[in-house]
Ligand binder design. Structure first.
Ligand SMILES: [Ca+2]
Ligand SMILES: [Ca+2]
Length: 162
């Protein structure tokens, strides 16, 4: 008789609080998922850019630094197109959009990306100092990979003219 008026179950206010808490939990999960998707997209772009940089590195690695007959500044010789590029100097100031692979084929699936190459002679005792073309026996190659107009990654390395 003592507990005759006691009601079991949840009151309306308890149910509303529970719904509110579940709603907050779902909202935070959705936000976390969005952040993860964005971070994952950035990771994919970086991986793609690294792949494209590696393509350029491999493409130019086996080429002579300068054309045996070249006496003009770095760049392609008269009449040379990308398909004819046969020395590292040909790539100076070249931008490839869409980017190209190790066989100089365009990678149309990555058309939002581009590769930019700069070839410069540097001072043998200070590789940070650029000298005139053919001004030293050391060449610094800089490759930058862009997505649209944003630079994603860059790398540079040295080659000797021997
Ligand atoms: Ca050439
Ligand atoms: Ca050349």
């Amino acid at each position: 008789m003592k507990n005759k008026n006691h009601k079991s179950g949840f009151s309306l206010i308890e149910v509303l609080i529970a719904i509110l808490l579940v709603g907050l939990a779902i909202a935070s999960l959705v936000a976390a998922n969005g952040a993860f998707t964005k971070a994952n997209g950035v990771g994919v772009d970086l991986s793609t850019a690294e792949f494209l940089l590696e393509q350029m590195k491999e493409l130019t690695a086996m080429m002579p630094v300068v054309d045996p007959n070249e006496t003009t500044p770095f760049g392609p010789e008269t009449g040379e197109t990308v398909a004819d590029f046969d020395d590292l100097g040909d790539f100076d100031n070249a931008t490839f959009s869409p980017p190209i692979d190790t066989c100089k084929n365009p990678l149309n699936n990555f058309s939002t990306f581009s590769q930019q190459v700069i070839v410069e002679n540097v001072n043998p005792s200070d590789f940070d100092t650029v000298v005139s073309d053919y001004g030293s026996d050391f060449v610094r190659v800089t490759v930058k990979v862009f997505q649209d107009s944003t630079e994603i990654i860059s790398s540079c390395w040295l080659r000797a003219i021997y």
